[in-house]
Write a protein that binds this ligand. Structure first.
Ligand code: 26Q
Length: 746
C-alpha cells in the first residue's frame, strides 16, 4: 500500500528512492492515514497538562498502532531497504527529563487506545533536553535540535496572546497526532513562541536568559541554578498554562458550555507542580468573563486534579513572590486572594510563606484529587510528606500506580518476545494486558524456557551491534548484562552500584574470579548544574577505562556508560538486560517505570523496597526478585533521628573502606580528575545524604546471590517468564482506566 502511494503521488518506484526520500514519504503517508482516523470525542475531555512529553520516535509506533507495520516493513524489504534504517533518520524529540515525561507519553498512548477524548498540552521546545557527550570521562552538554522541515508537527494556524507584567507574547500551536492501537486519535498540543531565535545559543547550551521573547521555548528546563534561569522557568510555565487554559475554555464553549458548567466539559490533570499556575490562570480568565471570584474558584477546583511525582524536598517547586510579581503580577494577585481563602486552615499549609509561593500547596488546596504514583509513595504522602493536607482533605488523596504502554515497550522494542507470546496466547495481550496470564502457564515448559533464553541472547547481540556502531563499545553476549538506566541522582544511588564494581575489581585482582563474565551497563544524564551527579558519571567512566586497560580484569568484567540515553537507546537496551538495577534509597523513588519495562522484557529486578518495586515483589513473589536494604520506615526514622553516620560504617567494615578508598587510589588519579574524585569520596564518607553505605553490605550479598543463581539457567529462564507474565499489572492501560474511573470520569 505504501509503494502504491509513492507511485501515485510521485510516479516513482520505492526502489528508486533514497532513504531520506522514503522517510519523507513515510511521514506524509502515515500522517494521512492518521488523519483519516477520526478524533476520540465525547462531551467531557481530559487535558493532560505537562511540561514534558518524552514521546520518542513516532514512525514505528504509529505504524504499529495503525496496524500496518508488517505490511510496510515487507514492502520496504522487497525494495531492499529495512525499516530500521529508515527509522534511524528520524530525529528523536527529547521533550522530557525522564520518568514523568515518559509516563505522560505512555498515558497518551493508552488514553487514545482506550478511546478516551484526551489531549496532552505542553511546550514545543526547539532543543528539548541537552544532548550528552562524554569528553575526558566527563559529561558535556550540547543542544539537541530535532525539528526538521518535515516532521510530525502539524501547524494549526491557531495561537493566543499571553500577557506578562511588562510585555505580551504571541503563541503558535502545533499538533502531533497521537494514535491509539486500533482506535481513533487524540492530539498532543504543543505551544511555541513566535520569534524564538536559535542563534542566541552560545557555547554548549548557554544563552542569554534575559531575552524571554527570543529564548522562551529553546530548551526544556534551562539550568535553574541562578536567578535568571529560575525566572525563565516561571515565564515558561506561565506560557504553557495560559495557552492551555485559553484552549480549554475555547473548546468547552465550542462544545456548548456556558462556563458555569465547565467541569462537565473539561478535566485537567496537572502533571506535578510545573503546570500548577493553570489554577489561578483559569480563575483569571473566568473572572474576566464576568464570573464572580468565589464561583470561579469553585468551578476551577472541580476541574483540576494534581499528581505528585516526587518526595524530594528540593524538587518541590517554590517561587519567590517577587519573581511572580515581576513576571505575572495579575496571577500573583489571584494567588494572594486564593491564599487568603485557605490561610491558617492547617499547620504549614499556607500557599504563601515567608514571601515564597508553594506550588504544591496551591495545587492541593484547589484540586479535587491528589494522587501519588505507587502504593508506597501514596502512603508516604498521606502519612509523612503531605500529612497536614491529608488531615484536611482525606477524601482527595488516592493512589494510581504507574504503568507503561506495551505497544512501545514490548511490541516495538522486543519483536521476538512479542512473536513468542503471540504464538502461545494469541494477539489479545496487545490491548488486554491481563491476557499475559496465559503466558504464565508455560512456566515448566522447557521449550518455551529455552526459546526465552534464545530471545535474550538475540537481543544481547542486537545491543552489541548497536553499541559497536554507536560508540565502538565491545560487549560479550555470553556475559551477564546488569543494567542501571535512569537519570543520574544521588538518591537513585548509581554510586552504590559503582562501589560494588570496585569491590568486584579488587576481588578479581586478588584472584577471586567470578564464574562468568560480568557486564555492568549504565545510562544516565546528569542535570548540568548538579556537581555531585557529574562526579558520579566521572567515577563510572574512569572505572570503565581502568578495567578496559587491565588485561586481567577485562577478561572477567566490562563497565560501560552509554552516551546520551534516550527512548531509542532504551528500546535496544532494556530487552537485552538480565539484571535490572532499581536500588534507590527506600522512600525516595516515587515509583519508577524503568523497573516495569525491564521486567516486561524478561529481566529480574535487583532492588530496594521502594516505589513500585514493592508492587513488583508482591506480583512476582520472593523467588523471582532480589530485594535488599533497609525499609522505607527504617530510613524515615533514621533521617528523623539524625543518627546516620557514614564514617562509622566506613571505618567499621574493612571491605567497604577498601572500596571507598579506591575512588582516589593512584590508579584512579592517573586516569581521572582528582578534584572530582576526592569531592565524591569525601561526600560519601562525611555526608552520604542518600545513605549509600547503609545498604552496601546487603547489596553485595544479594547481588552476588543473583549472579550465582543465573548459572541455574533453566530456573533463571523460569524467573524471567514469571516476570514477563506478571508485568501485566503494570500496563498503562490499567493505570489510565483507573484514572478515568476514579478521577476523570470521561
Ligand atoms: C523542579 C524545579 C525546578 C527545576 C526542575 C524541577 C523538576 C523537573 C523534573 C522536578 C522534577 C522533575 C521530574 C520528576 C520525575 O521525573 N519524577 C519521576 O516520575 C516518575 C513518573 O511518576 C516516577 O516513576 C519516578 O519515581 C519519579 O522520580
Amino acid at each position: 500500500m505504501f509503494a502504491e502511494y509513492v507511485k501515485k503521488t510521485s510516479g516513482r518506484e520505492l526502489s528508486d528512492l533514497s532513504h531520506k526520500e522514503i522517510y519523507g514519504n513515510l511521514l506524509k503517508f502515515t500522517g494521512e492515514k492518521l488523519n483519516e482516523r477520526g478524533l476520540n470525542t465525547g462531551k467531557k475531555k481530559l487535558y493532560y497538562v505537562s511540561a514534558e512529553f518524552l514521546i520518542g520516535k513516532l514512525l514505528s509506533a504509529n505504524l504499529i498502532n495503525l496496524g500496518i507495520y508488517d505490511i510496510v516493513d515487507n514492502e520496504l524489504k522487497s525494495a531492499g531497504v529495512s525499516l530500521a534504517e529508515i527509522e534511524s533518520l528520524e530525529p528523536e524529540p527529547s521533550l522530557g527529563n525522564g520518568g514523568l515525561g515518559r509516563l505522560a507519553a505512555c498515558f497518551m498512548d493508552s488514553a487514545a487506545t482506550l478511546g478516551l477524548p484526551a489531549d496532552g498540552v505542553g511546550l514545543c521546545y526547539h532543543c528539548g533536553l541537552f544532548r550528552q557527550k562524554f569528553k575526558k570521562n566527563k559529561q558535556t552538554e550540547e543542544p539537541d535540535y530535532w525539528i526538521e522541515d518535515e516532521s510530525w508537527l502539524i501547524p494549526t494556524g491557531k495561537g493566543y496572546s499571553v500577557k506578562y507584567g511588562k510585555f505580551t507574547l504571541q503563541s503558535e500551536l502545533y499538533d502531533v497526532a497521537v494514535s491509539g492501537y486500533g482506535s481513533d486519535c487524540n492530539r498532543l498540543r504543543l505551544f511555541d513562541v513566535k520569534g524564538v531565535d536559535e542563534n542566541i545559543i552560545k557555547e554548549g547550551i548557554n544563552f542569554d536568559k534575559t531575552e524571554v521573547d527570543e529564548n522562551l521555548t529553546l530548551f526544556l528546563y534551562p539550568d535553574d541554578s541562578d536567578d535568571k534561569g529560575k525566572k525563565l522557568r516561571v515565564y515558561q510555565q506561565y506560557f504553557m498554562v495560559s495557552n492551555a487554559a485559553q484552549l480549554i475554555i475555547d473548546e468547552a464553549i465550542a462544545n456548548g458550555s456556558d462556563l458555569n458548567n465547565l467541569p462537565d466539559f473539561a478535566v485537567v490533570q496537572i502533571n506535578d507542580t510545573h503546570p500548577a499556575m493553570i489554577i489561578p490562570e483559569l480563575v483569571r480568565i473566568l473572572t474576566s468573563k464576568g464570573i464572580g471570584f468565589e464561583k470561579a474558584v469553585e468551578t476551577v477546583q472541580k476541574m483540576c486534579a494534581y499528581t505528585n511525582h516526587t518526595i524530594l524536598a528540593e524538587a518541590l517547586e517554590k517561587w519567590p513572590v517577587r519573581y511572580l510579581e515581576e513576571a505575572v503580577p495579575e496571577i500573583m494577585d489571584i494567588i494572594r486572594k486564593m491564599d487568603s481563602l485557605i490561610k491558617g486552615k492547617g499547620e504549614n499549609t499556607d500557599i504563601i510563606q515567608n514571601d515564597t509561593v508553594h506550588m504544591a500547596h496551591l495545587a492541593i488546596h484547589f484540586s479535587f484529587s491528589v494522587n501519588g504514583v505507587a502504593a508506597l509513595h501514596t502512603e508516604i504522602l498521606k502519612n509523612v510528606e503531605l500529612k497536614n493536607f491529608y488531615d484536611l482533605y482525606p477524601d482527595r488523596f488516592n493512589n494510581k500506580t504507574n504503568g507503561i504502554t506495551f505497544r512501545r515497550w514490548l511490541i516495538q522494542a522486543n519483536p521476538d518476545l512479542t512473536e513468542l507470546i503471540r504464538r502461545l496466547t494469541g494477539d489479545g495481550f496487545i490491548s488486554e494486558a491481563d491476557r499475559l496470564k496465559e503466558f504464565a502457564m508455560y512456566e515448566n515448559d522447557t521449550d518455551v524456557l529455552s526459546a526465552l533464553m534464545h530471545i535474550k541472547r538475540k537481543n544481547k547481540l542486537r545491543l552489541k551491534e548497536f553499541l559497536m556502531a554507536k560508540e565502538g563499545i565491545v560487549l560479550r553476549e555470553d556475559s551477564i548484562f546488569d543494567v542501571q538506566a535512569k537519570r543520574l541522582h544521588e538518591y537513585k544511588r548509581q554510586q552504590l552500584n559503582a562501589l560494588y564494581i570496585i569491590k568486584k575489581y579488587l576481588d578479581i585482582k586478588s584472584g577471586k574470579l567470578p564464574k562468568r563474565h560480568l557486564t555492568f551497563i549504565f545510562a544516565a544524564k546528569a542535570a548540568p548544574a548538579y556537581t555531585l551527579a557529574k562526579d558520579i558519571i566521572h567515577l563510572i567512566l574512569c572505572l570503565s577505562e581502568l578495567i578496559k586497560s587491565d588485561p586481567v580484569a577485562r577478561e572477567h568484567m566490562t563497565v560501560v556508560m552509554i552516551e546520551n540515553y534516550n527512548v531509542s537507546v532504551a528500546e535496544k537496551l532494556i530487552p537485552a538486560c538480565d539484571i535490572s538495577e532499581q536500588i534507590s534509597l527506600a522512600s525516595k523513588e516515587a515509583s519508577g517505570t524503568g523497573n516495569m519495562k525491564f521486567m516486561l522484557n524478561g529481566a529480574v529486578t535487583l532492588g530496594t523496597s521502594d516505589g513500585a518495586n514493592v508492587e513488583i515483589a508482591r506480583e512476582v513473589g520472593n523467588n523471582n526478585i532480589y530485594i535488599f536494604g533497609k525499609s522505607a520506615d527504617e530510613v524515615i526514622a533514621l533521617y528523623k533521628s539524625g543518627r546516620y553516620n557514614p564514617r562509622a560504617i566506613y571505618s567499621g567494615n574493612p571491605y567497604i573502606k577498601k572500596a571507598v578508598d579506591f575512588i582516589t587510589d593512584t590508579k584512579m588519579l592517573s586516569i581521572g580528575d582528582s578534584t572530582s574524585l576526592r569531592r565524591l569520596q569525601s561526600e560519601i564518607i562525611t555526608k552520604d545524604w542518600f545513605m549509600t553505605l547503609l545498604d552496601f553490605e546487603d547489596y553485595v550479598k544479594v547481588k552476588d546471590k543473583a549472579i550465582d543463581d543465573y548459572e541455574n539457567r533453566a530456573d533463571w529462564a523460569r524467573k524471567t517468564l514469571v516476570n514477563i507474565s506478571k508485568a501485566r499489572y503494570f500496563s498503562s492501560d490499567r493505570t489510565v482506566s483507573e484514572y478515568n474511573k476514579d478521577i476523570w470520569k470521561l
